[in-house]
Design a protein around this ligand. Structure first.
Ligand SMILES: CC(C)(COP(=O)(O)OP(=O)(O)OC[C@H]1O[C@@H](n2cnc3c(N)ncnc32)[C@H](O)[C@@H]1OP(=O)(O)O)[C@@H](O)C(=O)NCCC(=O)NCCS
Length: 242
C-alpha cells in the first residue's frame, strides 16, 4: 500500500504542471488525500468491515469533496486533479495511470445490483465534468472530453467528446464527417438494418437472461419487445429473400 501511495505522490508532479514542492503536494492536493483515504477504506471493505470502510470514505469525502466508494478497485499511479465533485461508484474498476479531473462521475444508470459502474482500463484521461455511466468499458489510452456523457464502450486509443460521446480520434486518426461519406465504401442499408435488428435482439436476450437469473421478471415489456423485434426481423428477411 505504501509503495502505491509513493508512486501516486510522484505522479502528481508528472500530471500537474502547477505542482511545485513536495510539501505543497502533501498538504494541498485533495486528489492525493482522497486516494489515501480510499486505500485505507478499501482495505477495511476487503476485510468485510464495511461500516468502518464507509465511515473512512465518508470522512474523506467531507475533507476533499471527492466521493470514492470503498468497493471501487483502483490501480496504480491514479490521480484526481482539483477533485471537487468527483464520484466513483462501488463496482467501478480503474486501471493504472488514470487521470480524472474535477466533476467526473463514474456512475450507474439505474438501481440494479451487481456490476453497474464503468471499467476504465490503463492510461485513460477523463476530462472535467465528464459522466461515464453504466457497466461499460473504456479502453486503454482513451481520452474523454470535458463535459462528455459516455454511455457506450469506447475502444482503445480513442478520443470521445460530446453528449452522448462520439469519437473524434481513433487510433491517432481524426474522424471526420467525410469518413462517413467515403463514396468508395457506401454502406448497404439492408445489411445495416439486419445488423441493427440482430444487435437489438442480442441485447434484449441478454437483458431477459439477466432478469431470469434473479428470478424476477420485472419488465415483461422487454420480452414483448424482443418477440416483436424477432418477428420484424423474420418478416424483413422473408421479404428481402435472405
Ligand atoms: C477531448 C480532448 C482531450 C481533445 O483534445 P485534442 O486532442 O486537442 O482535440 P481537439 O481540440 O483538436 O478537438 C477535436 C474536436 O473535438 C471537439 N472537442 C474537443 N473537446 C471537446 C469537448 N470537451 N466537448 C465537445 N467537443 C470537444 C473540438 O471542437 C474538435 O471538433 P472539430 O473536429 O469539429 O473541430 C480535450 O478537448 C479535452 O476535453 N480535455 C479535457 C481537459 C480538461 O478536462 N481539463 C480540465 C483542466 S482543469
Amino acid at each position: 500500500m505504501f509503495k502505491k501511495l509513493r508512486s501516486e505522490f510522484n505522479t502528481v508532479f508528472e500530471k500537474d504542471p502547477a505542482a511545485r514542492s513536495r510539501i505543497e503536494v502533501l498538504l494541498a492536493y485533495p486528489g492525493l488525500h482522497a486516494i489515501l483515504f480510499h486505500r485505507v477504506s478499501h482495505w477495511f471493505y476487503h476485510h468485510k468491515l464495511v461500516l468502518i470502510a464507509r465511515l473512512i470514505s465518508h470522512f474523506g469525502r467531507f475533507m476533499t469533496g471527492i466521493e470514492i466508494h470503498p468497493g471501487a478497485m483502483i490501480g496504480e499511479r491514479f490521480f484526481i486533479d482539483h477533485g471537487m465533485g468527483v464520484v466513483i461508484g462501488e463496482t467501478s474498476e480503474i486501471g493504472d495511470d488514470v487521470l480524472l479531473y474535477q466533476g467526473v462521475t463514474l456512475g450507474g444508470t439505474g438501481i440494479e445490483k451487481g456490476k453497474r459502474h464503468p471499467t476504465i482500463r490503463n492510461n485513460v484521461v477523463v476530462g472535467a465534468g465528464a459522466k461515464v455511466l453504466g457497466a461499460i468499458t473504456i479502453g486503454d489510452n482513451v481520452r474523454i472530453g470535458a463535459g462528455s456523457v459516455v454511455v457506450r464502450d469506447v475502444p482503445d486509443n480513442t478520443t470521445v467528446v460530446g453528449v452522448p460521446a462520439r469519437a473524434v480520434f481513433e487510433q491517432g486518426k481524426r474522424v471526420t464527417p467525410l469518413d462517413v461519406l467515403d463514396h468508395g465504401q457506401l454502406p448497404d442499408p439492408e445489411v445495416e438494418i439486419v445488423k441493427i435488428l440482430v444487435d437489438r435482439i442480442h441485447r434484449l436476450e441478454e437483458r431477459v437472461n439477466k432478469i431470469k437469473e434473479v428470478k424476477e421478471v420485472k419488465d415483461v415489456d422487454d420480452i414483448k419487445e424482443m418477440k416483436e423485434s424477432e418477428e420484424m426481423l423474420r418478416c424483413f428477411m422473408d421479404g428481402a429473400g435472405i
